[in-house]
Every structure is written in C-alpha cells, then in structure tokens.
Design a protein around this ligand. Structure first.
Ligand code: MEV
Length: 436
C-alpha cells in the first residue's frame, strides 16, 4: 500500500476567506500556490484551455468546445500533506460542501489513504469449448508464455516497472448461450489508466488463447470493475466540530451514523448516497482529464459486489465519541496519456495537485469522495440539503437576472428573506436596484 504523504508541500491548503475573493484573485492565489507559469495561468482561466484544433483531434465530428466551471476545494490534508483540489463541476454546493467537510476532517488530523498497485483487469471471452474446465487448465499451463506475450506488447509500461502480473480463469457454466471460459489478464499499468495498454495486450494474446484452448475468442476488453486497483481513505471528525446552533455534536454524529446505516441497508438510498460521493470524484476525474464514466462504472459495480447494491462509504462512532468515516472503491485513473496529456487545463490541474503518480491521484480522489459524502449527509442530517443549496441556487438566478457582481449578495438575501427564489423576482429586484 502506498501513501500520498511523500508529496512535497510547502504551504497550507487552509485558505480562510478564499470563497470571498473574486475569481481573478482566487486564480492568482492558486497560481502562486502552485507556481504556475503564465501559460498555465491562462489555461486555468479557460482562455488558453482546449482549443478547437485539439478538440478536433480528440473526438470525431467535433464542432466546438464545451466549457464548465473549474473550482478549487480548499482545506484538504491528506497523509499530512496540504493539497488544493481542482474540481470541474456544474452543480452548486459541491465545491463549498467538500471544502467545509475537508475542514472538519482536518480538525481530526486529515485523511489517511492507501491504494493497491495499479493493476487493471482485461477479459477474453472463449466459446465453442467442449470442456471449459479442460480449457481453463490448458490456459493456466501456458501462464508464463502468455504473461511474456503480454509484456512483449506493453512497451514502456514494463520499463517503468509495470507489466503482466497474473492470469485468472473464470468458467461461466450457465449463460444464455451456454458455457464459456473467461480469461482474466492482470496488468500493472503504472501511471496510465491503462485502457489502451490492456486492450492491445488482450488482442495480441487472443490467437494464442484460441490455439491453446481450441476454442473461439469473441470479446477482448478491459473490465471497469477494477477491483485489483482500489483506493482507500479514512478520517476522524471530532464530535465538537459537528455541533450546530440547535444540535449537539453527539446528536449530529448519531444522525450521520444513522444516515450511513440507511445507505448500507437500502439500495434506493445507496444510489443517492453514492451519487454524492461521485459528485466529488467525478469533478476531480474531469479536471484531470480522466475517464469519469470508467470510474463511475467501477464504483457502482463494486458497490453491488455482494449481490446487493450498497454504500461506498462507512460511518461509525469511535470509542471517544467522535465520527469516523472510510471509503474503499476501484479507482482506475492515470496521469499520463489520453485527455490528461492533451488537455492543457488537465495538466494544470495535475500541477496544482502536486502529485507524482497515478496512485496518489487515486488516493486523493477517494478522500474527496469521502469528504463530499460527509458534506451531503451532514447537511441532510441537520438542516436539510435545501437551505445551503437554495442560497447558491439563488446566486445563479440573481446572476442570470442581470445582477451586477456587487449586487448579487443583496439580491440573494432579499429573495431568501422573502422565500421567493424565482427568476421574475430576481429581475424585479435588479430593476429596483438599477432605479435607486
Ligand atoms: C446531490 O447532488 C447529492 C445528494 O443527493 C447526495 C446525498 O443525498 O447524499 C445531496
């Protein structure tokens, strides 16, 4: 298990009042924090981000570039290192919520994280076999040759210490088309997410598998249930940090543990609970140019691994009466290749994170997921989600109604006091302010 804590870090991610700065001021703080070059600062502001020519090379039929807000979550302390978290997300409350949650985790010493080696699973489907068990034995008898063949096409990954790790055979006796043998290739893809590496290797050894088994290979593709490549995070929050105006810290700890138990027991709640976890994880995946659908697929398949869909996190009260939370899930992310390499802003995001390898990114991402989950269930267990959410929603409505930057707070406050957060009301208030 690796720790993120080897990261070098010179300064704190606890930046009080960061949210009160203007966008330009925040960008300046982050640029200084991460020692961004002028070109990197331009990419951060979205001015020199992905251009049309780059977009045209990334996908087919490109006609333009679609922008989303890039925010920075503050307060993260992970294995003793201060980290600013770049997040790309369209939903209000996510960045504020996760920053607040990171702050209370920080009071308990921050997150402790770990991760598996970055081993991806690739699958080869073999059919038309007279006996799937005999075929399975034949494949395992050729294990060494097959692993060598995988390494022969895995290029620089082997030089960097990755490469083929193992083979597994999984006879499926009862499928709608009869029995089949599934061969798993376990391949350490180091700092790459590894989809291309593993798919290349699978296609390369498929003819060997056909020859060894006498069967017919159909699919050759990675599995997004990357359960050999899990990351974990855990943290403690002093109960006193959770007290509200009306609730004691102990009462909030109990309510959060109850919320966690609800998600562990009920798939209907677990889906929403995990959606909250993924609000944070996806936002970092997008910021760093990673394939967030792959991360999502792995998360939900893992959450259903025992046959019943359940929570990705676990919350409990420790012997001192404090709240503890943990998360464990597959995290197939990379820091080289794909959009991570092409997208200038993804490069800047990685620089802000100040990480050296993919495992560190995976560990940061699960810490963000745990914090995001706390933000949601803490709000749900106390005030309810709408109060904070409505304020941010009101901000969006005020801006859309044409409120000048210095008017937004006033328009928001008035709509909240009137309990009337609507575009027409915002427009009327903005008009009245213009008149006065
Ligand atoms: C909203 O994007 C996410 C939440 O629904 C998560 C949850 O219910 O835990 C607030």
């Amino acid at each position: 298990m690796a720790k993120v804590g080897t990261m070098t870090q010179a300064h704190t991610s606890r930046i009080p009042g960061f949210y009160k700065l203007t966008l330009a001021e925040r960008a300046a703080v982050v640029s200084q924090w991460a020692a961004l070059t002028t070109a990197e600062q331009t990419a951060l502001l979205g001015l020199g981000g992905l251009n049309a020519a780059q977009a045209d090379h990334m996908i087919e039929n490109a006609v333009g570039v679609y922008a989303l807000p890039l925010g920075i979550a503050t307060n993260f302390l992970i294995n003793g290192a201060d980290i600013l978290i770049p997040m790309v997300v369209e939903e209000p409350s996510v960045v504020a919520g996760v920053s607040n949650a990171a702050k209370v985790f920080r009071e308990g010493g921050g997150f402790v994280t770990s991760s598996d080696q970055p081993v991806m699973i690739g699958q080869i489907q073999v059919l038309d076999l007279p006996d799937i068990y005999v075929a399975a034995g034949a494949v395992m008898a050729q294990r060494a040759a097959l692993l060598e063949a995988v390494n022969s096409v895995s290029g620089s990954i082997v030089q960097y210490g990755g490469g083929a790790r193992d083979l597994q055979v999984r006879p499926l006796t009862n499928t709608p088309v009869g029995p089949m043998l599934i061969v798993h290739v376990l391949l350490d893809t180091r700092d790459a997410m590894g989809a291309n590496t593993i798919n290349t290797a699978l296609e390369h050894i498929a003819p060997m598998i056909e020859q060894i088994t006498g069967g017919r290979v159909n699919l050759r593709i990675l599995s997004n249930l990357a359960d050999q490549r899990k990351a974990r995070a855990e943290g403690v929050i002093p109960a006193s940090e959770l007290a509200t105006e009306t609730l004691s810290g102990e009462a909030v700890v109990r309510a959060i543990v109850e919320a966690g138990a609800f998600a562990e027991a009920d798939p209907y709640r677990a889906a929403t609970h995990n959606k909250g976890v993924m609000n944070g994880i996806d936002a970092v995946a997008i910021a760093t140019g990673n394939d967030w659908r792959a991360v999502e697929a792995g998360a939900h398949a893992y959450a259903a691994r025992d046959g019943q869909y359940t929570s990705l996190t676990h919350w409990w009260q420790d012997d001192d009466g404090n709240l503890r939370g943990s998360i464990e899930m597959p995290m197939a992310v990379g820091i080289v290749g794909g959009a991570t390499r092409v997208h200038p802003t993804a490069q800047v995001a990685l620089k802000i994170l100040n990480i050296q390898n993919a495992r560190q990114l995976a560990e940061i991402m699960v810490a963000v997921g745990l914090a995001q989950n706390l933000a949601a269930i803490r709000a749900l267990s106390t005030l309810g989600i709408q109060q904070g959410h409505m304020r941010l929603h009101a901000r969006q409505i005020a801006v859309a109604a044409g409120a000048a930057p210095e008017q937004v707070a006033q328009v928001v406050q008035q709509m909240i006091e009137e309990n009337n957060i609507r575009p027409e009301r915002a427009r009327a208030i903005v008009q009245a302010l213009k008149g006065s």
